[in-house]
Design a protein around this ligand. Structure first.
Ligand code: IMP
Length: 169
């Protein structure tokens, strides 16, 4: 594996995103929703940099299994426990690849009539992502390569690595 983004760079970027969220949500009490499993490290690091009051919940979608490409199908494996209606929602993803998962989540959450909905992702594969809405807070735009570490897995391994690596053949 080859290091793509160092732990130091990730940490700096998360602090910058947290500063922006602190400004954007001043006086509000957003609910941060982490998409399991991949976002567990990002949400833990991000919320500890926040000064706004925040609530935290998790949702779980089907993963790639042991594959490196999306099956093109999204399944809900764990529902939310919080009330969305009238609340400011910030959805936290580890990576936006094809955009299928965030599109699915956006529809699901908008149905519940939140006051607002924004998205955070650590990584964004700009060349293959096909969505018609904006990802509000992006850590890093990356090429179309399979990456691991900092929460991201391949066949459930490597999530514990502190940096992000490209998994080479
Ligand atoms: P999307 O629905 O294609 O945008 O993919 C979103 C989900 O696929 C992410 O939350 C990850 O769980 C997984 N995924 C996409 N690309 C990668 C990758 O490069 N490494 C590890 N997991 C990935």
């Amino acid at each position: 594996m080859k290091e793509l983004i160092s732990a130091e760079k990730i940490s700096k970027r998360i602090k910058a995103i947290a500063r922006k969220i602190n400004r954007d949500y001043k006086g509000k009490q957003p609910i941060f929703i982490g998409v399991l499993n991949g976002s567990f490290i990002l949400i833990a690091d991000l919320v500890r940099e926040l000064k706004v009051d925040c609530e935290i919940d998790f949702i779980k979608l089907s993963s790639y299994g042991d594959e490196k490409i999306s099956s093109g199908e999204v399944k809900l494996l764990k529902e939310l426990n919080c009330q969305i209606k009238g609340r400011d929602i910030v959805l936290i993803e580890d990576i936006v690849d094809t955009g299928l998962s965030v599109s699915y989540l956006r529809k699901l959450i908008l149905k519940e009539k939140p006051a607002s909905l924004r998205f955070v992702t650590l990584l964004y594969k700009k060349d293959i992502c096909k969505i018609d809405f904006e990802i509000d807070y992006i850590g890093f735009e990356i090429e179309n390569e399979f990456v691991i570490g900092y929460g991201l897995d391949f066949a459930q391994k490597y999530r514990n690595l502190k940096a992000v690596y490209v998994l080479q053949e």
